[in-house]
Design a binder for this molecule. Structure first.
Ligand code: FRU
Length: 482
């Protein structure tokens, strides 16, 4: 396969995978790397009856190293099978990493776009912001998602605006109104993040069509942009489309950002036109937990908009992952369906997850069950609103709502504890109507008010178990059997 570099990387990658021992925090139904490090979801798409998910993969180093695209497939968006590694950094234009990108499918052909990262050696001369880097846009096609045509270099830094730094990356492509559109994330020389919008008629030749940013300072770099439109299922705004511009901004400072993660992922609802004048709503977080970054969406052939995030966080010293002992780190979130209702953007686990439910237990107001590692739990307000709620997952992770705050808190804050250094995350929430908690062996995802607010975290329990107290509610718990 490929040139000598990619064939050796392939052999070494397989040798590492043969040595892998995922350990007792191995996940049951979350997409994980076979060994080493995983970050962003890439190339999410459906071809025929198969879903494809690629991932930023460093098999040689669980703390991150040279990036390639790992590949997994699924028939139901819930159970994933690892397929091997798809794209290696084996060319001068992607030698420092096959960075993030997308797959756009048309007529059973996968059109893949990614960033070829090049970082030149000479730390004395380069600042790696305005010098020392290349961010190349690479285009590859595939009929089966496993074998690929030649890599074509279609854009270099010379094709991006002159007042952008060398940080431009993460192409996402789709077709709209008879043309192809691409968004890329960028850092301007004045340290403002922005989204570049490109247009093409043939997927090979692209020209800059717009630049989108906030009027006010909002971070220095916007990574992993995505854009999509949702039909609004509510009554208030019926027939209007909600235009969603998703970004992962870096460098947010001050006020509320001080108690949140080092980097964020969220979206603006856009009024106006992506290709013309537009106005961006206040930014809303996709997820307010400890571990969520760089999500990507795709449209399934049944029309659903599916979002998958990286359940991890770059550049944080605050907390760690105990799976490092077993030579691997990070996973994806479960696939979430994104919908709009009366102008609100909601996320819920894809309905395919329901097929894993078994052993239903239901109680009013209080439930306490030992030993659940993989579970799905719902708390529904019998009369609508819930006045107060407190739950513990893995005995040490407390979820609570009261006095207008929804909180996720680890009771022990030390690095060796269940939270491995994670402490507390919270968001203002005036009214609580329902909560859904999906647990896997070492992760918890919480969906509040039909997914208006979500919190995702990794955790490392020594004793599994869930207890919930919420007066006036019906609590239901299922085991999930993957
Ligand atoms: C986001 C990111 C992307 C980049 C990739 C490299 O986590 O920094 O911008 O393409 O990761 O792994």
């Amino acid at each position: 396969m490929g040139n000598p570099l990619s064939s050796d990387l392939n052999a070494l990658r397989q040798a590492m995978e043969r040595l892998a021992t995922p350990g007792h925090y191995a996940q049951s139904f979350h997409l994980v790397p076979p060994v080493g490090w995983l970050n962003d979801p890439n190339g999410l798409c459906q071809m025929g009856d198969t879903y494809h998910a690629y991932f930023q993969y460093s098999p040689f180093n669980p703390e991150g190293g040279v990036k390639m695209w790992g590949h997994s497939t699924s028939k139901d968006l819930v159970r994933w099978s690892y397929e091997g590694t798809a794209i290696y950094p084996d060319q001068p234009f992607d030698v420092s990493g096959v960075y993030s990108g997308c797959a756009y499918v048309e007529n059973d052909l996968m059109h893949i776009f990614y960033t070829g990262n090049v970082k030149r050696e000479d730390e004395d001369h380069y600042d790696y912001v305005t010098s020392g880097r290349e961010a190349n846009t690479i285009y590859v096609t595939s009929r089966d998602g496993r074998t690929f045509g030649p890599k074509r270099l279609i854009m270099t830094n010379a094709d991006y605006p002159a007042d952008d730094t060398e940080h431009v990356r993460d192409p996402k492509v789709w077709r709209q109104d008879g043309t192809y559109l691409m968004v890329q994330g960028a850092r301007r020389t004045d340290d403002k993040g922005e989204v570049l919008v490109f247009r093409s008629d043939d997927l090979r030749h692209w020209s800059l069509a717009n630049r989108v940013s906030t009027e006010y300072p909002f971070g220095y770099m916007w990574e992993c942009p995505d854009y999509f439109e949702l039909a609004d299922d509510g009554d208030l705004t019926a027939s209007e489309h909600v235009k969603v511009l998703s970004i992962s901004p870096q460098g947010l400072r001050g006020s509320d950002w001080e108690h949140r993660n080092v980097y964020q992922s969220g979206y603006f609802v856009m009024r106006g036109d992506l290709l013309g004048e537009n106005y961006l709503s206040p930014f809303a977080l996709w997820d307010a937990g400890f571990d969520f970054y760089a999500p990507q969406t795709f449209q399934a052939s049944d029309g659903r908009r599916i979002l998958i995030g990286w359940m991890g966080m770059p550049d944080t010293k605050e907390y760690t992952n105990l799976t490092l002992r077993d030579g691997w780190q990070h996973c994806f979130t479960i696939a979430r369906e994104v919908t709009a209702f009366d102008g609100r953007v909601l996320q819920r686990p894809v309905s395919e997850l329901d097929a894993l439910r078994t052993n239903e237990r239901s109680a009013k107001e209080e439930l306490d069950v030992d030993g659940c590692k993989e579970f799905d739990l719902t708390v529904e307000g019998l009369t609508g609103r819930i006045d107060v709620m407190r739950a513990h997952v893995g005995r040490e992770l407390m979820l609570s709502w009261g006095s207008g705050i929804f909180e996720m808190r680890f009771l022990d804050e030390s690095m060796e504890s269940v939270g491995a250094g994670r402490k507390v995350r919270f968001e203002r929430l005036d009214e609580l109507r329902n909560v859904r908690i999906v647990g896997d062996v070492s992760s918890v995802e919480v969906f509040v008010n039909d997914g208006e607010l979500t919190f995702s975290t990794r955790y490392y329990p020594t004793a599994y178990g869930v207890d919930v107290e919420a007066p006036g509610t019906r609590i239901t718990l299922w085991d999930l059997l993957a």
